[in-house]
Design a binder for this molecule. Structure first.
Ligand SMILES: C[S@@+](CC[C@H](N)C(=O)[O-])C[C@H]1O[C@@H](n2cnc3c(N)ncnc32)[C@H](O)[C@@H]1O
Length: 281
């Protein structure tokens, strides 16, 4: 279908949670020197223009990065500091226009021996992605179906890997489809870290994702979630969360601190936060 374009939503409350927590997970995997495989299966364009017609249409970034940018010079938990620094590096002329997405985040964090692959099927998004990152030799950019990529690229030869799954959930069946694809990938690459983003919407379809994953038999699934309904009552997407399979131990405390900070600043302490096991060890 592919009508979804992330530029309309870039920088909103969900992107804050998504990118900060993803950064914490990746940092938590750096405690060993061994090379890492990183797959951004639903990459989109990598960098978003907050001055574009799409971003300005509903100004969703005002619920996220637009609200927080003024706080960037304060003291922050490590994950928040990393995120602010990445945005600042994309806007080195002092402006506040370029908003880095998941691909830019992974690209900025990757070490010399790490290998990155980013996929997107949308022609416009993929062209923009290629324009931003084609110069990077360690990066494979693929106009490839994410579900196909999961089948073809896993298990990773590095034996250590992180798979980020951030679908647009345009079809209601996608919640189950993601869970099934992850279960199949896990079967072949059980040591991988899988990070799955999901929205909180009135239809509550994220519960399909939860139930299907619970049924899969996979253990060690952490939930990091923030319900922002009270802060943004007019938004259909009233919150979001991340499910993390095999979360690195070193990431637990940083993620907790990041979530607390986002709860305090994005929702002014009015949100409902969850940091618990969907399925324990
Ligand atoms: C929510 S956006 C990704 C945002 C991005 N991860 C970020 O944080 O900056 C989802 C993207 O997935 C792409 N997409 C949807 N279905 C896909 C598929 N089956 N394979 C690859 N890409 C797909 C869409 O074109 C869209 O750009």
């Amino acid at each position: 279908m592919l009508s979804y374009q992330h530029s309309y939503h870039a920088g909103n409350h969900a992107d804050v949670l998504k990118h900060v927590i993803l950064g914490d997970v990746v940092a938590g995997m750096f405690n060993k020197d061994k090379p890492l495989f990183m797959l951004d299966a639903f990459a989109s364009r990598g960098i978003y223009d907050l001055n574009s017609d799409e971003a300005l249409k509903n100004r969703e970034f005002d619920t996220g990065v637009g609200k927080l940018w003024a706080l960037r010079h304060q003291q922050h938990p490590a994950g928040i500091k990393r995120w602010f620094e990445l945005i600042a590096s994309e806007n080195s002329d002092g402006s506040f226009i370029r908003f880095p997405g998941s691909t830019a985040l992974l690209h900025s964090m990757a070490r010399a021996g790490d290998r990155l692959v980013a996929c997107d099927l949308h022609p416009q998004e993929f062209d923009a992605l290629r324009l931003s990152f084609q110069a990077s030799r360690r990066f494979s950019l693929l106009k490839r179906d994410a579900f196909e990529a999961l089948k073809g690229l896993l298990p990773a030869k590095e034996k250590r890997g992180i798979v980020f799954l951030d679908p647009s959930y345009e079809l209601k069946g996608e919640y189950r489809q993601i869970a099934k694809a992850v279960a199949a990938a896990y079967h072949r690459f059980a040591t991988g870290v899988y990070v799955i983003w999901y929205p909180l919407l009135p239809a509550q379809r994220h519960l399909d994702l939860f139930n299907e994953l619970k049924r899969s038999g996979i253990r060690k699934i952490l939930r990091v979630e923030l319900d922002c309904a009270e802060s943004f009552p007019d938004m259909q997407m009233y919150g979001s969360g991340m499910l993390i399979i095999n979360p690195p131990w070193h990431a637990h405390q940083p993620m907790k601190l990041s979530l607390e900070w986002i709860h305090k600043t994005v929702t002014d302490g009015k949100g409902i936060k969850q940091f618990d096991w969907l399925v324990p060890e």
